[in-house]
Design a protein around this ligand. Sequence first.
Ligand code: HEM
Length: 422
Amino acid sequence: MKQEKENFFSEPISRRDVLKLTGVGGLGLMLGTSGTWLASKTLLAKPQDRANIVPFHGEHQAGIITPAQDFVCFAALDIVTSKLSDIKELFRVWTDAAARMSTGQTAGDESGEALLPPTDTGEVVGLSASRLTITFGAGSTLFQKEGIDRFGIASKRPSKLIDLPLFSGDNLQSEWCGGDLCIQACADDPQVAFHAVRNLIRIGRGFVTVKWMQSGFQRTSQSDPKKGTPRNLLGFKDGTANPNVHDVQKMNQVVWSQTSDQTPWMVKGSYMVVRRVQFRVEAWDRTNLQEEESIFGRHRQSGAPLGMKGEFDKLDLEKKNPDGTYVIPEDSHVRLARGNGKAEILRRSYSYTNGLLDKTGQIDAGLLFICFQRDPKRQFVPMQTRLANSDRLNEYIVHVGSAVFACFPGAKKGGYIGGTLF
Ligand code: HEM
């Protein structure tokens, strides 16, 4: 498959060669355009930085039950090649580059050729791995787009990889929706997270285009060394009632796809739902504290359920006020989100700000809501249906973006992400 020269290389070169050049494929060396083998010049993490490394390889992908890092850079991509073999090759190269970057190395070895653009974009040189995790997922359009089985894998689409229904109040904008693939890079440094996505996109040039991209943040470990529950931009602790990621049984029950879920290639993977939720900050900022607290059903300062003292005190949905009303209001976010408590999700969201919404001076800020589960239809959908219909918070938020991705199982050393599918 010979293509026109890529603009960042000085000589005519095939796309597959670009993949070879930018990838490292366990070679430890790379082939330059001149055809000579070049010595490895990787930037290895210093010993003191190793604590900042989250292993890339494993039975599950990192970045799902990994305790949330401070920053995210999220990209949804569309595939522009028509060949499954190209996608497979791309995932092999991505896997190698992602594994390297997760250890604080650059995406690929440098050629040493001053007349070639460097293999890596360079902004992480000298920085630690910063607990970087890179998580890859596949959207339903990878399997079938506009009724067409583009890559001959339509039959492999997992039944759990649903297209979400339109929920009440949704104001979805196509520029924040969908994507054939996704890359979620999380790190304790925004530059490290961005670098990872940027270099993976660069490697994929000619095969994928970026459909949408959103960065996000939580409080940093520096500003909160105790690593308490982060607050969202409405000022409330967000993540308190998440299931315990250290409870293996719970994670198998809530997050990880199992053999009984009937998609063998997804076993030990997970389904991600992403919603870009815009806040009406100006309206929220005029709301009194009592109202804010009854909207969530929790106290703002402590994060405790209404009427309780501690953040992790029991959320008692039966408790009533002397006038017979519920202490946790019927239309409060936590009551509706919990429902009967049987269906849970693992939330891993990040706040975002994107300058101004329009010329009226309204701030574009919100939550990049990200959650993981075994079955969005059984877990996310009923929850979001209740919230969309009755949550008092709806007055202050609007869902503008949406996507669902099947996040592959992890890759063993020598294997590659997506190997079970491709
Ligand atoms: C603008 C969007 C949202 C904001 C600002 C928000 C904020 C919050 C806050 C402050 C809490 C209480 C603390 C906690 O347990 O983490 C909470 C709980 C929760 N939220 Fe949200 N949330 C949003 C959207 C959603 C969505 C879309 C879902 C799922 C469909 C969801 C599901 C949950 C769940 C399951 C809980 C825990 C309920 C329990 O106590 O069992 N949230 N959220």
